[in-house]
Design a protein. Sequence first.
Lengths: 317, 545
Amino acid sequence: MALELDSITVRYGQTAAVSDVSLSVADGEVVALLGPSGCGKSTLLRAVAGLEKPSSGAVRWDSADLAGVPVHRREFGLVFQDGQLFPHRSVAGNVAFGLRMRGVDREERDKRVLSLLELVGLEGYADRRVTQLSGGEQQRVALARALAPSPRLLLLDEPLSALDRALREQLAVDLARLLREAATTALVVTHDHDEAFTLADRVAIMSRGRIVQVGPPAEVWSSPVDVETAKFLGCNKFVPGSFVGLDVERVGLRATALRVDDSGPLEGSVLERVHRRDHVRLLVEIDGEEYEAVGPMTEVGDRVRLEIDLDGVARIG
Amino acid sequence: MGRAVAQARAGLSTTRFAGARAGWSAAALLPLAFLGLFFAWPVLAIVSLGLREGGVISALFAGETWELVGFTLGQAAASTLVAVVAGLPVAFVLARCRLRGLGVIRAAVMVPFVLPTVVVGLAFRTFWPDGGVLPIVLANAFFNVAVVARTVGGLWAHTDRRAEDAARALGASRPRAFLSVVLPALAPAIGSAAAVVFLFCATSFGVVLVLGGSRYRTLETEIYLRTVELFDLSGAAALSLLQFAAVLAVLVLGGVARRRRETALSLRGREELARRPSGGEWYVVFAAFAVVAALLTPVIGLITRSLSTRDGWSFAGYAALATRGDRGTLAVTGLDAAVNSVRTAFDATVVALVVGVFSAVVLVGLRRAGGRIAEVLDTALMLPLGVSAVTVGFGYLVTMDALPGDFRTSPLLVPLAQALVVTPLIVRMVLPVLRAVDERLRQAAATLGASPFRVWREVDLPLAGRSLAAAAGFGYVVALGEFGATSFLARPDAPTLPVVIARLMSRPGELNSQMAYAACALLMVVTIGCVLLIERLRVPSSGEF
């Protein structure tokens, strides 16, 4: 195991921001810490980076305790949400920073900078001022800067959250490819499950300072450990498993779980049409309960039959 | 949960950085030791000297003392009022208007603040040859318009204009919107500026001495007169104590206002675009231009005076700078004094930069790590601004012989005293810039392998570089014009220009006064040159002065 967190607790006075977290990241693996804001995931990341001192527990790298190793000797790269590029240096100057700190000679430094700018798709940007870059470009430079000294571990703190939606989705795909190609060991903090599932080999769900579930994205998505996690992963309705014909006690329904289909097993009446971000949903009443359903334009009051789409159903537990 | 953590983070970062805090606290001891050795010790020595001789109580209860206090506070209050009234329109123009020649206004306002007090005193004497209360008040205000314009303008530029627009849309007239929305938002800055100005005016020395003579005396000049001319130490000590108490009170009030201002600033967004004035705003713009014109009048008057003699226009005064004045008034030539001034101010600036920048770095670190000692250091660093420079100077004479190699004759004595006056200004200029550096920028550098010192060199230094250079230039100019402590400490064979000017003015002879005016003009030109240079280096609206 490359990175190993052993019962880490971080306290601010009486409040424990992170309590008793254990997690390991294998060589070349990308793990996402996923959770709502304030759950302690960024604090945990900062503890790994050495910016925060754990009140108890140990951060280990290849079994060596890092407690006495200060930030600048850990060789962990860190990418902040909003880049935090050095405003007084050019793009190349930013990317070369870590190499200069390690005393890499100029020729090799220049070569490495160029190859990294190419990797993040910013060829020809070397001499630009960072203040002239767009948010997405800044974030790419921040990534190149963190990767340049070939860190043992890359830490990403909400790397895409400051960007607008379209750019975020595009950059998430690019970033995933980049991390795989470079076989980078990485820990990503995010509150966006799309981002986590796109980037990570494994996802750790955090809630109130604790890790409640760890697993591959598909497993976490289809079987969240409890109702709270299921809600966080998009479920808005909870029913007994029998409702959708599954042999589990409880399931969570996402907005796509029910679909209007004349041959479906359920029946209800349309209460309302709800306009969502990029489509229209129906609010359907079944046995006195309201459910969201995907469907064609239908008049309010119509009777409809509904099919169950198991991709939209999460088994709890 | 999130809020709980945030609250805990704000209040109790103490445990997290206990180690770091101990380190920073230890570092804070260095500037505190400097202040202790070169400020607290001499001042306390003077005070205890006075106490030992007795008579302090009787001095405190003498009717004359309270007349002095009354006049000191009265003229300071009047000067502050004038400075605030004159400064507000300028602040508005600097913060809100897009006009041609704004840079000229900015520089023109800044010039008086750094002009040597003796120069300003003389400049006002060209209009009021006999001095008096009115020129004292005007001259004190003249210095401090810049403080009001800068401090208030800084906050004004960061205040969201939409609140004012909303009030106007709700039916408030322009003056009404100003009174009910803008003024309350600016109140902390006005309060903080007024406190600083009041402090400067209450302890102003050169101006009052030149324009008031022995007729109109403040605590500051009285301390000087009693120590130098009457050798009434217990009286001087009593007055010093009184002044010290008043200064401390003003500083505490100003500190409260400053803290409120800092929180207010962090709540608001970035600077928005200034726009061209419209409608009634032009009256304010004209008022601001009138203020600037009034500020330039003494400057021009002084230059004119230096060139005119009884026999018409002449460079006689300037030519006389190469001599020792009428019948050897001076021990050295004017040029020697100029060279000495330049050298002394340089030494003082270097000392003040080292102490000031180190203090600012420590203050930033302490604030980050949490802990009360930050407040202590912050206030302690401001104290020399308010304590009678004369007291400090006299204190040096009493104490410095105890240091190895009789420090009283050291050529470093005057620079050290000047550095004490300059250091608070440097701290105030550098601190806001260092504080504005995002902590995560430093953390990014650290994760990339930069050691703490390297982080400072690679991140803090380049980002604060320009304001550091500006602070150095500013400090140099202030040291160049320092009069209170220097007049006390400079040996007759190594005077600075301000000391020479004062000496020349106190002696009869047309040539002497002509020479004094020429020296003033020279000093003023150097000062203005420095200020213009600083203006080019300045980071927009940072710092308080």
